[in-house]
Write a protein that binds this ligand. Structure first.
Ligand SMILES: CC(=O)SCCNC(=O)CCNC(=O)[C@H](O)C(C)(C)COP(=O)(O)OP(=O)(O)OC[C@H]1O[C@@H](n2cnc3c(N)ncnc32)[C@H](O)[C@@H]1OP(=O)(O)O
Length: 197
């Protein structure tokens, strides 16, 4: 699912706020939560990229400019169209994600992480994947839903659902899933919840 319509955009913005522990967006949050502001500009850009016409193109240029400026200010480089609804970016600071990566809903990503291209492809991540600080994911791999990637893990192979992996190279260290490490405010809706715990 990607953002195509105005209701899609509203849905993504609402789920992103929930996943970041917020109930509404106020002007001052641009300065208090710059990583969430970055994310909102990313969602607006995703919406505008799907709109035809001259006006949309003009608005797209403006939003893209503000998005790029926030990218430099926050150190976050997540291209539009990568993460599903309910993304939660834990802190500003270096986060780099390749534009072809696809990730599901309600993922949480920490700083000093990199999800990138290698061996001819990029990772595909399921829902509710928790990425700890310093993790690197690369290559044409699949990371199952509700996985925890440990701090400083180097992940270059497929990871099954509902496990915790850590180390370099990463290996499964337990069958604990991301429910145990996600903050309480990250939603686990029923449809994303079937196999957890
Ligand atoms: C600013 C902020 O606060 S942002 C938030 C930052 N914090 C985080 O993101 C939390 C990151 N947490 C981790 O990395 C944790 O280690 C987890 C969640 C991956 C694993 O936690 P647990 O399931 O409790 O694992 P546990 O501590 O029992 O360790 C099990 C084994 O894995 C090893 N292990 C755990 N984490 C790692 C790791 N990141 N890298 C390598 N080995 C690890 C342990 O040494 C232990 O090995 P042993 O059995 O040989 O002694």
């Amino acid at each position: 699912m990607t953002i195509q319509t105005w209701p899609d955009l509203r849905y993504y913005l609402d789920e992103d706020l929930k996943a970041n522990g917020m109930t509404c967006w106020r002007f001052q949050d641009r300065y208090r939560r710059p990583e969430v502001y970055y994310q909102r500009l990313m969602r607006k850009l995703e919406y505008l990229l799907a709109q035809p016409g001259m006006i949309a193109r003009a608005r797209r240029s403006l939003v893209r400019f503000r998005f790029m400026r926030m990218s430099i200010a926050t150190g976050i480089s997540i291209p539009p169209g990568v993460f599903g609804p309910g993304l939660s970016i834990a802190h500003y600071g270096s986060i780099v994600v390749h534009s072809k990566v696809r990730a599901g809903a309600y993922c949480r990503i920490n700083s000093a992480t990199n999800i990138g291209f290698a061996n001819g492809g990029v990772p595909y991540l399921g829902d509710h994947v928790y990425i700890s600080p310093g993790a690197v994911l690369y290559g044409p791999i699949t990371v199952g839903s509700r996985v925890v990637i440990g701090a400083n893990a180097v992940v270059g192979k497929n990871v099954p659902e509902d496990v915790t992996v850590a180390g370099a190279p990463a290996r499964v260290i337990s069958n604990r899933n991301s429910r145990s490490v996600m903050p309480k405010f990250v939603p686990f809706p029923e449809e994303h919840n079937a196999a957890s715990n």
